[in-house]
Design a protein around this ligand. Sequence first.
Ligand SMILES: Cc1cc2nc3c(=O)[nH]c(=O)nc-3n(C[C@H](O)[C@H](O)[C@H](O)COP(=O)(O)OP(=O)(O)OC[C@H]3O[C@@H](n4cnc5c(N)ncnc54)[C@H](O)[C@@H]3O)c2cc1C
Length: 365
Amino acid sequence: MIRGSHPEKDRRPLSVDLGVTDVVVIGAGQAGLSASYFLRRRNVDHVVLDANDAPGGAWLHRWPSLRMRTVHGIHELPGMPFEQPSPDERANEAIPSYFARYEQLFDLPVIRPVNVTQVVDDGALLKVETTDGVWTTRGLINATGTWRRPFWPYYPGQETFRGRQLHTADYQGPEEFAGKRVVVVGGGASATQLLMELAPLAADTRWVTRHEPVWREGPFTEDYGRWVVGMVDDRVRKGLIPRSVVSVTGLALNEQTRAAIASGVLDRKPVFDRITPTGVAWGSEHYDADIILWATGFRHDLDHLAPLHLRAPGGGIQVDGTRVVSDPRIHLVGYGPSASTIGANRAGRSAVRELMRHLDGAKAA
Ligand SMILES: Cc1cc2nc3c(=O)[nH]c(=O)nc-3n(C[C@H](O)[C@H](O)[C@H](O)COP(=O)(O)OP(=O)(O)OC[C@H]3O[C@@H](n4cnc5c(N)ncnc54)[C@H](O)[C@@H]3O)c2cc1C
């Protein structure tokens, strides 16, 4: 079970009325904290409801072997510098500790652990149903990220595999792969990072991806960043399911990945067409495997918004900036183009500005 979810609490009856507030923020990761900071600056009455037991958002759950030297770069939260920790420090300690200090410094009204089970329309207001009771709110900023929704694609025979299957979200470090034959599925940065980490211990590895990987050389310039964000933004404006920012950027070609390509660790094969009890197969070719590691990414965690029927025919929620086109009381931050630490920060500020303009207008009318 992923830390921070509380199935036993989720079954409690929803009878407690927790009161009315101007804005409910769901999620206290980078996006939710950024939104709360800007709400605080405007003295907006709000609460931040977070399912985790402790500060840190998704970073609290990153695998213990992920060190600060391997994360792509963390953009600081608004108003408080992020003193660069030592490269050897664990990401799942350094970043949560920064978030904890941030919540404290700005006295952000985070309540945890609280799981939002659903949000329902109640005329001019929204009812936010949680494991602790029901909040009533005029506006909603959803910042629930993706970590609780690992994506597992299906391949024929998957249920027959007698070895172990796990997702990036379950990865705890390379030790359990020692002496094993491992298939890593996925074309993103997590797949390459985990492969490079576990290959020295494993008996053998195979890397499979749906598409030929695109390696990106050279610095991640601002112009390039803008183009990437534009690509993701274009999809969510059309109501399509967003692609992750990382999926558009390609894979970084650096000293470490070059060495792994040269040694054969990052020698990519197309994805198998079926899974067998003892491994994976492409036509008549078979690879015996003990473990399949699905580094196949995550999806946005939005099921609690289902009663609001926000999804467009394209399967995504149509947003303009962060505002949900079909319901201006609702903003999605950390969604689509803002699903990075830098994007989440900007989205927090613009969501608050636009939402408060809308709510103030509605109050005056
Ligand atoms: C392995 C990995 C490495 C990454 N590295 C980087 C990097 O180096 N740099 C970068 O910019 N980005 C990186 N990213 C992307 C990064 O995760 C996001 O940019 C950012 O951390 C997401 O912040 P967030 O606030 O949107 O979501 P999260 O940090 O996921 O926070 C969401 C919060 O919402 C809570 N929540 C969810 N559902 C509910 C609910 N129903 N009720 C109550 N609370 C709920 C969760 O418990 C969580 O605390 C990485 C992603 C992954 C998977």
